[in-house]
Design a binder for this molecule. Structure first.
Ligand SMILES: [Zn+2]
Length: 395
């Protein structure tokens, strides 16, 4: 497994929409978030892999999801790897995958065409074209384009964290998630009953100084560069970003928002619960946050059971991810196995996971909750075409 991980890293990784670790370079697209070096940053030795535990404990032999999982958060670019992905999906028990990189125009057309071999199992979400965001008429232009994307088959819209952390107003300030010029876009999603997958903010440790008491540093991040650390930069604080995301959800009650990465609040499930209680149009997915959830297994289990109708399954995976990535998801959700590796989103050259230097524990969700998480909730949000295709697949 280790060799696979190292290979995976050295071939270069695109962690679309997600910041990259110290040696990991985003390829194939520009990452325009201001990666300013934090003041006082000094390189430090690389982090080494976790020690081999001597613990002997149950390890469930699990390969496939118990029910056909719908991965609501995946980065497949234009589905050029559709064929091999479908094969892996069959092996892993994945029913459908939502590609958040469908974009718009020609790219969306290509993604739809490549996905067409899948009988509806490979699905695309659209994105906005942010070019000209400060020009008059951008909002109408994008609402119209989005409508074309929906008619072309896009089942939802993805908004990346660059809203709030990347795109700027003409005065140099950041365009925040609750910016009024997006109202036409949100209304268009409501009109077509299409959900929005929105990523706002990042884990708080990214805003804290780089040093041994920062849990991300301890995990191995920022050993050789400050990329992805926002301390001392002009990027709005996570609290400002999260508050803006909450205002957005409050201001648009007819629009469905799925807040990615446990709403970027997986470190505070009490707050996620408050949002779910307050806003019926608010949903969360678990993608790329198994490290957060798996280190608080009792709280996570209680939380997902209580809010079983509002939590969706997602991985933040991409076509390069093999079974080593998928299986820990099933283990975490379905078994009571203890003290195992989370499916790391970022791994350094030595195989050390950069998002948490700790192990996770399974939360053995009951079958009815698993079904909701794996597919029932997604089917409720994704509209009739997807439901029909899913039913067809089960025959
Ligand atoms: Zn993502």
């Amino acid at each position: 497994m280790r060799r696979a991980l190292i290979l995976f890293v050295t071939t270069g990784v695109l962690l679309a929409g997600c910041a990259t670790g110290n040696k990991l370079q985003a390829q194939g697209r520009s990452v325009d978030i201001a990666w300013n070096p934090a003041p006082g940053f000094k390189p430090a030795p690389e982090q080494y892999p976790m020690p081999t535990p001597e613990l002997i404990t149950k390890r469930t032999d699990i390969r496939k999801a118990r029910y056909p999982a719908i991965d609501i958060h995946f980065h497949a670019r234009d589905w050029s790897a559709a064929e091999s992905q479908l094969k892996l999906m069959d092996e892993m028990g994945v029913g459908m995958i939502i590609n958040l990189d469908g974009r718009f125009g020609e790219r969306l057309e290509t993604a739809m065409k490549n996905a067409a071999i899948s009988d509806g199992r490979l699905i695309n979400f659209a994105r906005l074209n942010w070019e000209g965001v400060n020009e008059a008429g951008w909002d109408q232009r994008e609402a119209d384009e989005l409508e074309r994307s929906f008619k072309a088959g896009a089942q939802g819209l993805k908004i990346s964290k660059r809203l709030g952390m990347g795109w700027k107003n003409t005065d140099g300030s950041y365009i925040m998630p609750d910016d009024a010029r997006l109202n036409k876009v949100w209304a268009m999603c409501a009109k077509h009953g299409r959900p929005i997958m929105i990523h706002s903010s990042d884990p708080p440790a990214r805003w804290r100084p780089i040093g041994p008491d920062n849990e991300r540093y301890e995990a191995g991040m920022w050993r050789s560069g400050a990329k992805g650390n926002y301390y001392g930069t002009d990027i709005p604080n996570y609290r400002q970003l999260l508050d803006a995301q909450e205002r957005l959800v409050a201001n648009n009650p007819k629009t469905i928002f799925i807040a990615a990465h446990m709403a970027c609040r997986g470190w505070n499930l009490v707050e996620v619960a408050r949002l779910l209680e307050t806003y019926p149009n608010f949903y969360v997915d678990i993608d790329a946050r198994l490290q957060e959830l798996g280190r608080q297994p009792y709280s996570s289990r209680r939380f997902i059971i209580k809010y079983a109708d509002r939590v969706l399954f997602g991985t933040d995976g991409n076509p390069r991810r093999t079974e080593d990535f998928w299986i820990p998801h099933w283990r975490f959700l379905e078994t009571d196995d203890e003290y195992f590796d989370h499916p790391a989103q970022m791994i350094n050259e030595l195989g050390a996971g950069l998002q948490g230097r700790w192990k996770i524990h399974g939360i053995f969700l009951p079958d009815d909750v698993l079904k909701k998480l794996y597919y029932e909730n997604a089917l409720k949000l994704l509209g009739p075409k997807v439901r029909e295709d899913f039913e067809q697949l089960q025959k």
